[in-house]
Every structure is written in structure tokens, then in C-alpha cells.
Design a protein around this ligand. Structure first.
Ligand code: ATP
Ligand code: MG
Length: 567
């Protein structure tokens, strides 16, 4: 269930809050208060031609969230009127992502294709009222006849056809008498209308395409504009919430509602979500998948729900993000960092802590007994003591992070270096002894001595160590691959350039793969659903898919501990 379903303190019995609300919520509150509707009914209408992305999440949180909050209903409707680009794979992925986000479609699951017969009937009704006609002009002539925003259109020579002739021709279109594209059905509205969408829009076309649900039953398909609004009416949707690009279509939907005398669903538009450093059109995301630039729709760099999930995003972090973004009429571009902030904020509360070394160097505790291992307790999550502690093995040979050692360091360096003393997290204070260089000119081993009476939790040494380092016991470490991600595009608006295609702005460094990383043994039990904080490094999620393929653990960095991105 969504968090929106929880009653808020200032709500009265109707669930109507006196807190400030956005304009759509205000409309809903008014409609409930003045009795226009007893119960609201919203819908989410994805076209199954791609995976859901974070922009869809905004629309989902809005329509599902409002239905939850006002005890209404919400339908999931697959808008499947364009058979060539749609598939069952996408239907399944959309259902999976919605469930994962924590929403269920209380009003039911529907398909626009289930309404093909009713939509055909609506078209016949328009013809009978003299409000639609079959046009035999070429696509080009129809386009020319539409005119321009500043020049009125011209009537088609077929506009004056009789009702009988139109009924006959439309029935022939359905019957497969005419080849694809031979003629179309148009609504008869006003070729001089200021709104181009009202200049006798196409409502049916002939297209012999196999449909994933209706098979070859139909060789004519309704246009989006003749399916979308009508589906809302058939489902008695009270508030049909969509993005601003449909604002100019609204007069047409209202014209259909009054011409057909069907349920008057009210369409309300809001600004779509735009996020910097990414693209959000399914067509463009599909191109990245097809070009092999990413590892499928669920690549952790993709702005898709499935990609974010694989990256380690939680449903709650996505819902928090959508709430923060808010609902308004004005278009803007949201910082990718806000999405990362939402994740960091949530994982800080819920993620267990663990130690991992991504660029390992041997750390030898010279005065620690050989062949001895002791178990040291460490808090699983300091933000939530109820999460308890775990035992970490400690012995003479450990791994430390390469960049936690410097051969020469000044006073401001609180990590290891000649002359320096540091604490090993949840373990002992250690002091530099010496280090060993490898043949490659890089540091191979760092040697320290430890103070036996400085154990965390029972430190009586009196020694001060300014820095605390993470470490992993060498003998019990798990070898893993860790994948570090950066923005997929180096340009903040990759699809905002007239002279260059969006894929020319791909960030060549969006993925860095680290092999031979060392993880503490408790991580053997980690699951992909519960991202972990690697102490001092960030939040990481197990990549179940790659782990299975690779035969060793593969982790994705979900987000760093601090916002270190400088655009
Ligand atoms: P695309 O242009 O990527 O194909 P779309 O809008 O055609 O996206 P649909 O499957 O038709 O994709 O979208 C379903 C719903 O999600 C629509 O109501 C649409 O308004 C909404 N939606 C899509 N993209 C965004 C976005 N970036 N922000 C908010 N809502 C969105
Ligand atoms: Mg769409």
C-alpha cells in the first residue's frame, strides 16, 4: 500500500485536508465537497511500447496517490492502439514496475483494444449524426488541406458525402475491402477552427497489422485521439490527469463527449517531469537499448523504473522524489541530484552498514599474533539500533583502501602515512611501521602495529587517532566486482540541441568496473532488494542478474554518500 493511504492528522472524516494542496487536489476536494462526485476515479494509461521511466513515476504517484488519499479508484489501462510498436513484454514490465512501486490498480486492469467494438460504434454514431465522413484524399492532400496555424484549412471534396454513403464506406473499411491507407474516417468539425486539432481530425485508419490482443480481427484502428478520451468515458473516469501536451487536444475530447453524449470525464493537465543529464522519451531509450549502449532497459544508468531498481533505488525514495518535485502547470528541469538525495535520505535510515574495500592494498598488523582471528562486533545501522550488531573477523592480515595511504603526507592528512596513527573502524588503533613497494612502483603492503588496549568499545589506551579507516579481513574476504556509475549523458540537456543528436552527448565514463574488490563475509547473505552502505564509500546494491551470470558477486553503486557531482 502507498504511504498516501495513511490518514493525516489534519484530515476530517471526508479525508479532506486543510493543508495546502496542489491545484489538481484542490479541484478534487471541491468536486467531493460540492457533491459533483461521491468517489473519484483516476487512471494511468501507459502505451505498452517501452518500459516505465521516472517521468511515468510522477504521473503514477499522482493518479494512484490521489485515488488512495481520497478513497477513490484507479484503473490501469494499457493504451494499445498502435499494434506495430507494442508487445506483451512491455505489458508485463509495466505491471511489475507498478507493483514494485507499491501501487495496485483498485479499479481494475483494462485495454483500449477491449473497446474496439464500442469505439467502432461511436464512429458509426458520429456518421449517423452527420459528424464524420470517409475521406479518399491522399495523406499529403489532407495535410495541405489542414492549413496552418495562421491560415484556415480547406474542405475536403468528400466532406459533403451522404450519411448512407459514409456508413457504406466505413463498413467496407472494416470489412477489408480497401487497401491500407486507401481512405480514412474524419470527424466533421470545422476546417477554419483556430485549434488545428479541430480541423476535421482523422479518427480511423486502415492498417493491416497484427495486434497482440485482438490478433487479425481488425484491419482498421482508431487514432489515439479517438480512443483515449472515449476510454476514459467508458470507464467513467472522473479526473483524467495527463501531461500538458494534451491541453490542445482537450477541446476535441470535449467535442466528442458532447457529440456522443458519453460520460464527461474531466481532463486536467500538469507539467511533465524533465530530469537533467538524461533522456525520457521511450523512443530514445529504446534506441540506447537497440544500439547496445546500455545493458537493456534495466541498465542501472537508465532513468527507467527497472533501471533505478537495479541500481538500488527503493520504491519509497522514488515516491519521495515525486512528492518533492510537486505538481504544477509550468515546465521545468529537475536536477538529477534531487533523485539521488531522495535515495540517500531513505537508505541512510534503512540500509545496513558493511565494510568493503574497492581498491585493495594489504595491511599487515605486525604485532598481531599469527594464525589468530577474533570477532569484533559492529553496529549494523547507527541510525537504527534495533538493527543490532554483527561480528567481523579481525586478524593479522587485512585489506585497506589504496587511497587511504600516502607515502608522504602533511598535517592535514588523517589517514595512514609514515608517522600517522589511525583507528580501524570497530577494531583497534594502529600506527604506521613501514611499507613495501611492488615491482610496478605501487605500494603493495602497509605495515602497522596495533595497540591491544584500544579496542573499540573498551578503549583504555588513551591514544588519540583523528582518522577512522574501513578495512576487511583478508582470509575471509569475498571477492567481488563493483560497478561505479556516473551520469549517462555529460550534457545536462542531451536532447535539447538542434544541431546534434542526443546520443552524441553520452558520457564515456558513465561506468567504471572494479574487479577484485574485497567484501566482509557478512555480505554473503546480501539480497538485491536491500541496498547496503559500504562504510565511507556510499550505498551499493547487489546486482542479482549479473551475479548469476558472472559466478561472483557483482554490486552496483546506487549513490555516493555525498553529492559530489559537479556539472
Ligand atoms: P514517451 O513520449 O516516452 O513515449 P508517453 O507520454 O507517450 O511517453 P505513455 O505510455 O503514453 O508515454 O505515458 C503514460 C502516461 O504517463 C501519460 O499519461 C503521460 O502523460 C505520462 N507521462 C509520460 N511521460 C511523463 C513525464 N516525463 N512526466 C510526467 N508524466 C509523464
Ligand atoms: Mg503517450
Amino acid at each position: 500500500m502507498s504511504e498516501h493511504s495513511a490518514p493525516r492528522p489534519s484530515e476530517n472524516n471526508d479525508g479532506i485536508s486543510s493543508e495546502p494542496v496542489h491545484f489538481i487536489e484542490q479541484i478534487i476536494q471541491d468536486d467531493l465537497k460540492n457533491g459533483k462526485h461521491r468517489q473519484i476515479h483516476t487512471r494511468f494509461p501507459p502505451e505498452p511500447n517501452g518500459y516505465l521511466h521516472i517521468g511515468h513515476a510522477k504521473a503514477i504517484c499522482l493518479s494512484f496517490g490521489l485515488a488512495d488519499k481520497y478513497n477513490g479508484l484507479v484503473n490501469l489501462r494499457f493504451d494499445d492502439t498502435n499494434p506495430e510498436k507494442e508487445s506483451q513484454e512491455y505489458v508485463d514490465a509495466i505491471r511489475r514496475d507498478l507493483s514494485w512501486l507499491g501501487y495496485n490498480w483498485s479499479g481494475g486492469e483494462f485495454y483500449t483494444s477491449d473497446y474496439f467494438e464500442q469505439l467502432y460504434g461511436f464512429a458509426v454514431r458520429l456518421i449517423e449524426k452527420g459528424l464524420a465522413y470517409v475521406d479518399h484524399q491522399s495523406a499529403e492532400d489532407i495535410a495541405i488541406g489542414k492549413g496552418t496555424p495562421t491560415k484556415p484549412g480547406t474542405d475536403s471534396p468528400h466532406r459533403g458525402r451522404s450519411v448512407e454513403e459514409n456508413l457504406q464506406l466505413f463498413s467496407e473499411m472494416r470489412g477489408g475491402v480497401h487497401p491500407d491507407g486507401h481512405c480514412v474516417l474524419r470527424a466533421k468539425i470545422d476546417m477554419g477552427h483556430a485549434n488545428m486539432h479541430m480541423r476535421d481530425p482523422l479518427i480511423y485508419r486502415i492498417k493491416r497489422a497484427h495486434h497482440q490482443r485482438t490478433g487479425d480481427n481488425w484491419c482498421i484502428y482508431p487514432m489515439y485521439d479517438f480512443a483515449h478520451g472515449q476510454s476514459d468515458s467508458l470507464e467513467e473516469i472522473t479526473h483524467s490527469l495527463c501531461t500538458l501536451e494534451f491541453e490542445v487536444h482537450r477541446p476535441l475530447y470535449e467535442w466528442f463527449i458532447s457529440a456522443l453524449e458519453i460520460f464527461p470525464s474531466r481532463q486536467i493537465e500538469f507539467a511533465r517531469l524533465n530530469l537533467d543529464h538524461t533522456v525520457m522519451s521511450k523512443r530514445k531509450l529504446l534506441k540506447l537499448v537497440e544500439d547496445g549502449v546500455v545493458d537493456g532497459w534495466d541498465d542501472p544508468r537508465m532513468p527507467t523504473i527497472s533501471g533505478l531498481r537495479r541500481r538500488g533505488f527503493t520504491p519509497q525514495s522514488i515516491r519521495t522524489f515525486c512528492e518533492r518535485v510537486g505538481i504544477a502547470k509550468r515546465e521545468n528541469v529537475i536536477d538529477f541530484s534531487l533523485l539521488e538525495w531522495a535515495l540517500r535520505d531513505h537508505l541512510n535510515k534503512v540500509a545496513q552498514r558493511a565494510m568493503a574495500v574497492l581498491d585493495p592494498v594489504k595491511l599487515v598488523v605486525v604485532n598481531y599474533p599469527e594464525h589468530h582471528t577474533e570477532m569484533l562486533p559492529s553496529e549494523n545501522n547507527p541510525e537504527n539500533p534495533a538493527d543490532g550488531t554483527r561480528e567481523m573477523p579481525f586478524s593479522k592480515t587485512l585489506w585497506m583502501e589504496r587511497d587511504d595511504f600516502k607515502e608522504e603526507a602533511n598535517k592535514k592528512w588523517f589517514r595512514l602515512a609514515p608517522g600517522k596513527t589511525v583507528r580501524l573502524k570497530s577494531a583497534f588503533i594502529v600506527r604506521y611501521v613501514d611499507h613495501v613497494m611492488g615491482a610496478d612502483g605501487r605500494v603493495e603492503e602497509v605495515h602497522v602495529e596495533y595497540f591491544p588496549d584500544s579496542k573499540s568499545g573498551s578503549d583504555t589506551s588513551g591514544i588519540k587517532a583523528k582518522g577512522t579507516l574501513h578495512w576487511v579481513n583478508a582470509a575471509t574476504a569475498i571477492d567481488a566486482e563493483v560497478r561505479l556509475y556516473d551520469r549517462l549523458f555529460s550534457d545536462p540537456t542531451p536532447d535539447g540541441h538542434a544541431d546534434k543528436a542526443f546520443h552524441e552527448f553520452l558520457n564515456p565514463n558513465s561506468l567504471e568496473v572494479r574487479q577484485g574488490c574485497k567484501l566482509e563475509p557478512a555480505l554473503a547473505k546480501a539480497s538485491a532488494e536491500h541496498p547496503v552502505q559500504f562504510t565511507r564509500l556510499g550505498y551499493f546494491a547487489l546486482d542479482a542478474k549479473r551475479t548469476e551470470q558472472a559466478g561472483h558477486m557483482v554490486w552496483n553503486r546506487s549513490v555516493t554518500l555525498k553529492d559530489g557531482w559537479k556539472g
